[in-house]
Design a protein around this ligand. Structure first.
Ligand SMILES: NC(=O)c1ccc[n+]([C@@H]2O[C@H](COP(=O)([O-])OP(=O)(O)OC[C@H]3O[C@@H](n4cnc5c(N)ncnc54)[C@H](O)[C@@H]3O)[C@@H](O)[C@H]2O)c1
Ligand SMILES: O=C(O)[C@H](O)CO
Length: 319
């Protein structure tokens, strides 16, 4: 008999077909408060779970006694309690590397649109305010030849460094748990302390995973260390930043602007002060969201799932 698995995110037909070859699939395009009780019922005899963002902890696992594997369609896995999963001998996987270029493109988009005020000026043109010459109050700041500080020089951080080095002649500083010699050799990146990076960078780009060590990694003290002209970019996770401190830094001119793909609360609350600031460019957590990359991520997650359920080691097993 085919093992029963649950897909809890909208995926391409080809992804479902790959899984259906060896599994019986129960499909939820997305989970919400309406269908969650049905999902929990289905979980009782499910052997696999594939999707992204669902909190998988002891409480959920208590409802899933047959589970053998949990496959994230994401590189981040802060939604997974790996200790709880290991205690129950349940495998967990993610989708690293395949999304590096796409997320790095998004980050460059945030850097450029914040520095050159693209969304603001777009609105200015579309609302008929472009009457004559462009006054200085609409000028932005240069990106090329500036200093980019990358906190978290992993897969995505390295691809941001590549773009900044080759495309924009930027000087790259980075802070990481350990030295990244490849980024140093290929993109001329210089390793430095977090404090030095914050003091010297024109653009500060946060790209660490969310872990107990990185919660509120950037807070009041860190914003105080940044230049008044600094632009802060976050595409990691909302909780790596103390959002109150960020709001304060932007309101008081401690930093120049911010480009954000992630928020503490997602979807973001409409009363979040960040949404009414002209010097903030926002995106709805779409770093990896192109058709091509999301398809590849889902295919990789499906391959992890069927490999694990076959009894082999899945390619992206998390330890
Ligand atoms: N916005 C999006 O759509 C999006 C897309 C993909 C990934 N992400 C987030 O970005 C994160 C990074 O992705 P990646 O593929 O580059 O991961 P990665 O593991 O390749 O790189 C992360 C880097 O951060 C470093 N790091 C970890 N803890 C640190 C700390 N305390 N101080 C300094 N450096 C630290 C690691 O050493 C590593 O080099 C993911 O975990 C995810 O949360 C967001
Ligand atoms: O971690 C990731 O891959 C992205 O945030 C998409 O969920």
């Amino acid at each position: 008999m085919k093992p029963k698995i649950i897909v809890y995110k909208k995926v391409d037909k080809k992804v479902l077909e790959l899984i259906e070859d060896t599994c019986k699939v129960v499909y939820f395009e997305k989970l919400d408060s309406q269908n969650f009780p049905v999902f929990l019922e289905e979980l009782k005899d499910a052997e696999g779970l594939i999707g992204s963002g669902l909190k998988v902890d002891h409480e959920l696992l208590d409802q899933a006694p047959q589970l053998k594997i949990v496959c994230n369609i994401s590189v981040g896995y802060d939604n997974l309690d790996l200790t709880a999963l290991a205690e129950r001998r349940i495998m967990a996987t993610n989708t690293p590397d395949v999304l590096n270029d796409t997320v790095a493109d998004t980050i460059m988009g945030l850097i450029l649109s914040t520095a050159r005020r693209i969304p603001e000026l777009d609105q200015w043109v579309k609302t008929g305010q472009w009457e004559s010459g462009l006054g200085e109050k609409w000028f932005g700041v240069d990106v090329h030849h500036k200093v980019l500080g990358i906190i978290g020089m992993g897969g995505i951080g390295s691809d941001v460094a590549k773009r900044a080095h080759y495309g924009f002649d930027m000087e790259i500083l980075y802070h990481n748990r350990s030295r990244n010699e490849a980024a140093e050799q290929k993109y001329g990146a210089t390793y430095c302390s977090l404090e030095e990076l914050l003091k010297k960078s024109d653009f500060v780009c946060l790209m660490t995973p969310l872990t107990p060590q990185t919660v509120n990694l950037i807070g009041k003290r860190e914003f105080e260390l940044m230049k008044e002209s600094a632009i802060f970019i976050n595409a990691s996770r909302g909780k790596t930043v103390d959002e109150e401190a960020l709001i304060h830094a932007l309101k008081t001119g401690q930093i120049y602007g911010a480009g954000l793909d992630v928020f503490v609360q997602e979807p973001v609350n409409m009363d979040n002060p960040l949404l009414s600031m002209n010097n903030v460019v926002t995106l709805p957590h779409i770093g990896s969201a192109t058709y091509e990359t999301r398809f590849k991520m889902a295919m990789i997650a499906a391959t992890n799932l069927v490999t694990g359920l076959k009894g082999d080691v899945p390619p992206n097993l998390l330890k």
